[in-house]
Ligand binder design. Structure first.
Ligand SMILES: CC(C)(COP(=O)(O)OP(=O)(O)OC[C@H]1O[C@@H](n2cnc3c(N)ncnc32)[C@H](O)[C@@H]1OP(=O)(O)O)[C@@H](O)C(=O)NCCC(=O)NCCS
Length: 197
């Protein structure tokens, strides 16, 4: 447990240019509080079978940090959550080691499956803000999910970058999948504006 806490603090310093001292991180980094409280809730549920207490702690966690993580979710070492608010992580979600996730990300179910019904993230996965990943999908090691991407019922290969709604692969193993793809996708309904130079 001590090693897990140390790795979570290290992850903040590794990923957040705004991070201050270790004391400041421990006292003020609310997403870190969310992860640490989740680790306690998960331990209460998995090791001691205290399901009600673990759910209660998870509810307090949500109230305190704005991050909703079901106590059943499995989160690996060195998880970095930036900002945190609005993140929802479902009961059977799995997050590998040294993953990075921004605010308002959803790792949710589709309502169609029982048992394993939430996404599984490999190691070193990056998930941008407002990304929505639904269903028992697998996101491979070192994959990047762009901000606002919507991924449902399709796995994301390792070492790939996916963007858009629905998400598609724009880069894999360091190479663009389609050179003709525009490098930015305007949101639906957006109107181009001519800038005066
Ligand atoms: C999509 C994202 C993950 C790419 O990150 P990256 O480190 O640049 O990833 P990669 O190098 O693997 O891929 C970049 C490539 O994808 C392309 N790409 C990115 N977004 C794209 C899009 N919407 N449409 C098409 N191509 C896109 C880039 O043009 C680039 O191509 P290039 O290398 O040929 O120039 C990143 O842009 C993103 O969305 N980050 C989220 C950050 C965030 O949530 N911040 C919140 C702060 S509060």
């Amino acid at each position: 447990m001590v090693q897990l806490v140390l790795d979570d603090v290290r992850a903040v310093h590794r990923n957040d240019p705004a991070a201050g001292s270790w004391l400041e991180t421990l006292l003020c980094h609310t997403p870190l509080h969310a992860i640490l409280l989740h680790r306690v809730a998960h331990w209460l549920r998995e090791r001691l079978g205290l399901r009600l207490l673990s759910r209660y702690l998870s509810a307090i966690n949500r109230f305190w940090t704005g991050v909703e993580i079901h106590p059943g979710a499995r989160i690996g070492r060195g998880f970095f959550l930036d900002h945190g608010t609005g993140v929802v992580i479902g009961e059977t979600a799995v997050i590998g080691d040294w993953c990075v996730m921004f605010h308002n990300v959803t790792l949710g179910g589709t309502g169609k499956y029982h048992g394993q019904r939430h996404p599984r993230l490999g190691d070193h996965v990056f998930v941008g803000t407002h990304a929505i990943l639904l269903g028992p999908i697998q996101v491979g090691d070192h994959a990047k999910v762009g901000a606002n991407a919507f991924v449902i019922n399709h796995d994301v290969p390792a070492h790939s970058t996916v963007v858009g709604t629905p998400a598609r692969i724009v880069k894999r193993d360091g190479f663009r999948t389609d050179e003709d793809l525009p490098r930015t996708i305007p949101p639906p309904g957006a109107v181009a504006v001519e800038l005066e130079v």
